[in-house]
Every structure is written in structure tokens, then in C-alpha cells.
Design a protein around this ligand. Structure first.
Ligand SMILES: C[S@@+](CC[C@H](N)C(=O)[O-])C[C@H]1O[C@@H](n2cnc3c(N)ncnc32)[C@H](O)[C@@H]1O
Length: 317
């Protein structure tokens, strides 16, 4: 597949608008923690001609495409193959102490979804892989072969919000006793057969199970939970962070991390708030912002997006 592959950046104008005040100064550094095919990154580099961009991705294929797309910006671009919870280490290896802006555009890219052999899609037959980083060890196939029925039930329930989690876990364990799962179609068949006709489903019956497996394979929530506080502490005063989440579990983690950092830590009843109790962040949008109706119609990837943004007010004590 060539570089012509399309991934339309989500809420691009709004992201640029929110990060702009932090990026206009000379020496500004933007971290794109989920570089993907660099759609957002390219727009920022074009717009701010003094900007240095650090791009992280755990997927080497995505980085290779991004490197070609961003080659014309020369030394203004640093690409790092890493999981984004290694935020501080990756920056310190580049000699960068603090940054002006940070973008997280979470989840999988169109490239990953459309590369059939990566096994992210329930609508195409493929090996049960689902690794964003092809060099990591845990795959969906391994989970389906080795996790106990209780563990399978938990991940389908917690990460897929799947009401039929106990039933699906039981059927998977029954089936693997005779034959291990090798391909996505085999898993889809078991799930479809285990879904009672009377149960009304929104979307594909295997959608939630596939989401849950992907989150577990890539440890997406644990990594995000570590990464957001690390990212906040790398922000310079006046620096800004924007996070685009595509499912409620991710958005809840981001909301919580922003709430902690934007709340005064002054003990109740203290007559005056001391400087060290003042919040570190101020929220830039009320709640979570959604894509416009026009964008949702133009780019279906933007339908579930939740955008949150904040600015750093002060350093932690
Ligand atoms: C939605 S895409 C980003 C698309 C990008 N904004 C664009 O406009 O082309 C998300 C990217 O983040 C990467 N990613 C997801 N989780 C990651 C993590 N924990 N660490 C590093 N990269 C991650 C994925 O491999 C994927 O390439």
C-alpha cells in the first residue's frame, strides 16, 4: 500500500486553533504523541514555520510513512518509535526539557484498520493479531488461547462494554478445547452463533469483542493512564494539550487526569489559597467537544470523537 492511503485528520481546524497560542513563539516544540500518517503534524509544520515537531508512534509502518510525508521539513522534525508513556525519556534523549504543545489523537489509524493482515477488522478475514507495534509479544490469538474464561469475561465487559461477555467467554473457551482460534472469521462465527436472535445489537455482533481485544493487546488504557500526567508535567507554563478520544473509557481517563490537575489542592476551609495549592491546569473547553455535523458527514471517523484541551498555569511544587 502506498503513501496515498487516506487518513483524514479529525477536528484539525479546532486542534490548530486551540494549540496556536502556545506555538507561535520562536523555539516552540509540539509533541504529536500519536503521529500516525502525520496529517495533523503536517498542518502544524506548514502553519508555524519556526515550529519543531517531535512525533511518537509505536507503529513503525506509520513512522515510515510519516517520515516520507514530513521529509521536506528537514531538521524541524524528530520521529521516535516508542509507546507514548515513555514520553519523558523520549524527550530527554532529544535534550528537550519542556514543550509548548502536545497532541494525542488516540486509537488506530485508517492505515492499521485497512491493513488486513494486522487483524484489527472484524469484517475481513485475517490472523488474530491486532498489535499496533508488530514487535511486541501479546496478540489477540494468544489472549484467546491462554486467558481464563474469567479474564476473557472481564476484558469483554470492561473494555467492550459487552453485555453478552459471560456467554461469549464461555463459548470461546468451549470452542478452543477442540480447535484453537487462528483467524478473525473463526472468532466472528463463534460470536455470531452465541448471539441470541432476540438480542438487538447496534452494529456488528463482534464489534465490542474486537475493541476489547485490541485494547488488551496494546494495553491501551494502562498506557494512557500513565501518559497523560507525564505529558502534563512536560508542558511549559502557557503550554497547551489537546486530546482526541474515540471511546468512553479513554475519554474518562483523560477527563479524570485533567480534573485532578485543574482543581485547587487547598484544604477545605483555608481562607486564602496558597500558590502551591493553585491548579496546574486550566481547562480550555467545557466538558468534551464533538465534531460538527458537517465533519461527521464528511469523515465518519470523527463521529465518536471527544476533544478535551487544557493550558498549563504553573509548575507543580
Ligand atoms: C488515530 S492515529 C493518528 C492519526 C494522525 N493524527 C494523522 O492525522 O495522521 C493514532 C496513531 O497513534 C498510534 N498509537 C496508538 N497508541 C499509541 C501509543 N500508546 N504509543 C504510541 N503510538 C500510539 C497508532 O499506532 C496510530 O498510528
Amino acid at each position: 500500500m502506498g503513501d496515498t492511503h487516506i487518513h483524514i485528520p479529525v477536528m484539525l481546524d479546532r486542534t490548530v486553533e486551540l494549540l496556536s497560542p502556545a506555538l507561535s513563539l520562536p523555539g516552540a516544540v509540539l509533541v504529536d504523541a500519536t503521529l500516525g500518517m502525520a496529517g495533523h503534524a503536517e498542518a502544524f509544520l506548514d502553519r508555524f514555520d519556526q515550529l519543531t515537531l517531535v512525533g511518537f508512534d509505536r507503529d513503525q509502518d506509520a513512522l515510515d510513512i510519516a517520515a516520507r510525508r514530513l521529509a521536506r521539513f528537514g531538521e524541524r522534525v524528530h520521529l521516535v518509535h516508542t509507546v507514548y508513556d515513555e514520553f519523558e525519556t523520549a524527550l530527554s534523549e532529544l535534550g528537550i526539557l519542556e514543550v509548548s504543545g502536545i497532541l494525542f489523537d488516540l486509537g488506530v489509524s485508517s492505515l492499521q484498520l485497512d491493513r488486513v493482515e494486522r487483524g484489527f477488522s472484524y469484517s475481513k478475514d485475517a490472523p488474530l493479531d491486532m498489535r499496533m507495534d508488530a514487535s511486541s509479544e501479546l496478540t489477540a490469538e494468544k489472549i484467546l488461547a491462554e486467558y481464563s474464561e474469567g479474564e476473557l469475561r472481564r476484558i469483554f465487559w470492561e473494555y467492550g462494554d459487552e453485555r453478552l461477555a459471560p456467554r461469549f467467554a464461555q463459548k470461546i473457551v468451549e470452542r478452543r478445547m477442540t480447535r484453537p482460534f487462528r483467524s478473525s472469521v473463526e472468532l466472528v462465527e463463534v460470536i455470531a452463533a452465541a448471539t441470541p436472535a432476540a438480542v438487538q445489537r447496534k452494529g456488528h455482533p463482534a464489534k465490542r469483542v474486537f475493541q476489547a481485544l485490541r485494547i488488551e493487546v496494546n494495553q491501551e488504557l494502562a498506557v494512557l493512564e500513565r501518559a497523560i500526567p507525564a505529558a502534563i508535567s512536560s508542558l511549559a507554563i502557557g503550554g497547551r494539550i489537546v486530546v482526541l478520544s474515540y471511546q468512553s473509557l479513554e475519554d474518562r481517563l483523560v477527563k479524570r487526569a485533567f480534573a485532578v490537575a485543574s482543581t485547587s489542592s487547598a484544604p477545605a476551609g483555608l481562607p486564602v489559597e496558597l500558590p502551591e495549592h493553585r491548579p496546574e491546569l486550566t481547562l480550555l473547553v467545557r466538558g468534551a467537544e464533538l465534531a460538527s455535523v458537517e465533519e461527521k458527514a464528511r469523515n465518519p471517523r470523527s463521529i465518536p470523537v471527544r476533544l478535551r484541551a487544557a493550558e498549563r498555569l504553573r509548575r507543580a511544587a
